[in-house]
Design a protein around this ligand. Structure first.
Ligand code: PLP
Length: 373
């Protein structure tokens, strides 16, 4: 009796948390190696679920990390001056227009909190990266979702029509996660042409290194409103574990506002040093990107030979239809030691990262049985 009373009592105590958080689902990350090892009962795993670059970062990163780790008692540079100067130098952008963040996810969080009032509108196109919904809902934004076409391309006329109404924030993800397809310059231009300069345009270019279709900064500057282009060291640069992303912003002022909302020492000294070493090794970047693209062609050819429906990917992953069901296929592959990402996209779609050649060999060998009906 007492237990029952206490239970109802604890339920009647109001939650201290903002009601907006009740409707938010925490980000569902890909399976960790430890979790997969436990479920699969094996250690020899190919982790193809989180779009990491399994070829790894530049070999220069290890020495940079070791050197930076010698003085852990010292706070990191809160403005990442050296890294921003290096990034700005190569991109031809004033370093004052760059903000470095612990992963580009953090940039999404800071930016959305900086600009969104409750019930401000965010225009996006599903299926896309879940972080926009997560951080937007935390900021109590309202979403306008223009669903993608059957082939997952953006419905440009419908999207431009909504953009013309002046949402507070507009999100373009290209190449898009989880579908892998990219926008053309003409599509971006058509949307920007319809968008009033009171809207903030957020372009997520996490996979840009795999597909440099257009000069995003030039298109956005020509449009003339406020914008942020988000990029990351987590994918092609091979530093997902160290959490470094950056945003190039339309103005130094916008960076100043993000500096107010972000924690001051949010990018560790080790992470800054690793990112700088990775940034400076252009040759390594180009080599791993070229290998990943070649390997993607090999995986796509195998899928085509099996008659599997897929999206033409411009990123370091493939997006394919699993008629047997995404969870069934993911479970079968896990038993073969391959971790992939089932998605909730209607029709039953699975996202699979392009790994090292041996990972991809193993994937190609396992796919026919895994995809069987
Ligand atoms: C992976 C990814 C990110 C986040 O990467 P960080 O590790 O936080 O830098 C952002 N956007 C898209 C579309 C991604 O796929």
């Amino acid at each position: 009796m007492l237990a029952v009373d206490q239970k109802s009592l604890s339920r009647s105590v109001a939650s201290p948390v903002r009601p907006a958080l009740e409707g938010v689902q925490a980000y569902k990350a890909g399976m960790t190696l430890a979790e997969a090892a436990r479920l699969a009962g094996r250690q020899d795993l190919s982790k193809l679920a989180s779009n990491e670059n399994l070829l790894g970062p530049s070999p220069r990163v290890a020495a940079a990390v070791t050197a930076a780790a010698l003085n852990p008692e010292i706070y990191p540079d809160p403005y990442c001056e050296t890294l921003r100067a290096a990034i700005g130098g190569r991109l031809g952008v004033d370093a004052g227009r760059i903000v470095v963040t612990p992963g580009s996810e953090a940039l999404i969080d800071y930016l959305f909190r900086a600009v969104l009032h409750p019930s401000d509108s965010v225009l996006l196109s599903s299926p896309t990266f879940p972080a926009y919904q997560i951080f937007g809902r935390c900021a109590e934004a309202a979403f306008i979702d223009v669903p993608r076409l059957a082939n997952f391309d953006l419905d440009v006329p419908a999207f431009a029509a909504e953009a013309a109404k002046g949402p507070k924030l507009l999100v373009l993800c290209t190449p898009n996660n989880p579908t892998g397809n990219a926008m053309t310059a003409a599509e971006v231009e058509a949307i920007l042409a319809a968008t009033p300069t009171t809207t903030l345009v957020f372009v997520d270019e996490a996979y840009r290194e795999y597909h440099q279709a257009f000069d995003a900064f030039a298109l956005l500057d020509a449009w003339g409103g406020p914008w942020v282009s988000a990029r990351t060291f987590s994918k092609a640069y091979g530093l997902a574990g160290l959490r470094v992303g950056y945003g190039v912003c339309s103005s130094v002022e916008l960076v100043g506002y993000l500096d107010r909302i972000r924690p001051p020492f949010n990018v560790t000294a080790v992470s800054q040093a690793a990112a700088l070493a990775a940034w400076d090794d252009v040759e390594h970047l180009e080599r791993t990107v070229a290998l990943t693209i070649a390997e993607r062609g090999r995986v796509e050819a195998a899928l085509d030979a099996m008659g599997v429906e897929r999206v033409a990917s411009q990123a370091n992953f493939v997006f394919l239809r699993a008629a047997a069901g995404p969870d069934v296929v993911a479970t079968r592959l896990l038993h073969e030691g391959i971790i992939v990402r089932p998605t909730p996209v209607p029709g039953g779609w699975v996202r699979i990262t392009i790994g090292r050649p041996a990972d991809n060999d193993r994937l190609i060998a396992a796919l026919p049985a895994a995809l069987a009906l």
